[in-house]
Ligand binder design. Structure first.
Ligand SMILES: [Zn+2]
Length: 161
């Protein structure tokens, strides 16, 4: 099928650029989160907004997030499990409407995987520990990485220094 061949080459292209996309030969994303909870358990723990984003890969409204203009010193952690994800110094003003980071000093806590929903190929970032959806990473960030981790505020918590 023509479409699948196109998607396949786009996926390969994305994999080349990102370097660390996890994908198995069958084309399905592979990841085993350390924390395994049922949907009912997550629902009981998270706010409806956080459940929608973290567990159902939803997206908060642009410009609406609690951490969009947040500037305190500290560490952004996963809103699902509390693992550290980004240092406050890695945040920058991207103007995209979501908290943005140009790198992560906790890369082992973040897993990248191919997301081909909405008819285009993007790189989804999820928490390695609980599998929670955080957002996406794009190649239009500032130097020195050129990366923009575009993260939903409701996927995050914050530990002040
Ligand atoms: Zn997590």
């Amino acid at each position: 099928m023509k479409t699948s061949a196109l998607i396949c080459s786009l996926v390969l292209l994305a994999a080349c650029r990102q370097g660390a996309v996890m994908e198995n030969p069958a084309g399905e994303n592979t990841m085993t989160a350390k924390i395994q909870k049922s949907d009912a358990e997550w629902k009981a723990e998270l706010s409806p907004e956080a459940y929608n984003v973290l567990r159902e890969a939803g997206t908060e409204r642009p410009g609406s997030g609690a951490y969009l203009d947040h500037k305190a010193d500290g560490t952004y952690v996963c809103g699902g499990c509390g693992e550290p994800l980004f240092a406050a110094g890695e945040k920058y003003e991207s103007g995209c409407g979501w908290p943005s980071f140009y790198q992560t000093s906790h890369s082992s806590n973040i897993t990248e995987r191919v997301d081909d929903s909405l008819g285009r190929v993007r790189t989804e970032v999820v928490c390695s520990n609980c599998g929670g959806h955080l957002g996406h990473v794009f190649n239009d960030g500032p130097a020195p990485t050129g990366l923009r981790y575009c993260i939903n505020s409701v996927s995050l918590g914050f530990k002040e220094e």
